[in-house]
Design a binder for this molecule. Structure first.
Ligand SMILES: Cc1cc2nc3c(=O)[nH]c(=O)nc-3n(C[C@H](O)[C@H](O)[C@H](O)COP(=O)(O)OP(=O)(O)OC[C@H]3O[C@@H](n4cnc5c(N)ncnc54)[C@H](O)[C@@H]3O)c2cc1C
Length: 234
């Protein structure tokens, strides 16, 4: 028996709530992958499945509507270019030279780093350390190669891609946590124990440019019928 993360707060920024569209034309998001500000800074138990059902329906209808309005699906050139890019990447990475355990050891190390330095209770010092260590993990990830060369059902390559996504997500979360100098929801900064609505009643939005660099911005929170009372001891 071991503890696990059962939810990722935040997600892909949604620009229009009634169809779950994002800034990227034709990309729709729903459920845990989406961020539409309905859970506040800490999703309450049980609310995720309702979220997935509601936003899933909206996104499905939104995407279907988008698809119906397209005059065609193009020449397939872009899809073919992307497929070729991934095939080249596969050949480069799954070239048989990787050591079987190296990738899984790195994943374990990533988990340990996040557990130790970016658990629910955080400090600026620990987050800065994590940020440095993530750069090291990223550099080691870039050197990884997959031992299995099979192009069909290559789960080691899937694990490789997923590990890259985990590292990227960890970097985004760490950057946002470093700059959020307050405590709110599941983000408890031991060095900033109070909630600071004046400066931080906003979403952290991390964007990546084509060079792979991350930048942090903010988006206002839309407050509707529930007022912003803090939690009070019973
Ligand atoms: C242990 C645990 C207990 C939980 N208990 C509750 C609870 O009691 N109540 C509650 O409301 N919520 C609970 N949750 C949270 C809830 O289960 C999840 O938030 C919810 O299931 C997310 O649904 P989803 O469809 O958004 O994402 P997921 O269920 O994660 O679905 C995403 C799917 O996309 C697939 N996928 C990923 N990448 C790709 C790709 N590149 N190409 C194609 N497919 C891909 C995945 O394989 C997966 O099937 C719990 C979560 C956990 C882990």
């Amino acid at each position: 028996i071991r503890p696990t993360a059962h939810y990722s707060m935040g997600g892909i920024d949604v620009v229009k709530f009634d169809d779950m569209s994002t800034k990227i034309s034709g990309l729709y998001t729903a459920g845990e992958a989406s961020c539409i500000s309905i859970h506040g800074a800490n999703r309450l138990g049980g609310n995720s499945l309702t979220d997935a059902v509601v936003t899933g329906k909206l996104a499905g209808l939104g995407a279907a509507d988008y698809a119906a309005k397209q005059e065609g699906f193009g020449s397939g050139k872009r899809a073919s270019e992307l497929a070729q890019k991934w095939q080249a990447k596969f050949k480069q990475i799954a070239n048989g030279s990787g050591k079987a355990n190296e990738m899984y050891e790195l994943r374990e190390e990533l988990g340990a780093q996040l557990w130790d330095n970016m658990g629910i209770f955080r400090t600026g010092e620990k987050l800065d350390l994590l940020s440095q260590n993530l750069e090291g993990i990223r550099a080691r990830y870039d050197e990884l190669r997959v031992a299995d060369v099979n192009p069909v059902m290559n789960t080691a390559f899937t694990d490789y891609v997923e590990l890259g996504n985990l590292i990227l997500l960890a970097r985004c979360a760490c950057l946002a946590a470093q700059k959020r100098l307050e405590s709110r929801g599941a983000h408890t900064r031991e060095d900033y124990p109070k909630r600071d609505d004046k400066n931080f009643l906003k979403h952290s939005i991390v964007t990546m440019n084509d060079a792979g660099e991350l930048s942090l911005g903010y988006k206002e929170v839309v407050v509707t019928e529930f007022s912003l009372d803090g939690r009070k001891p019973q």
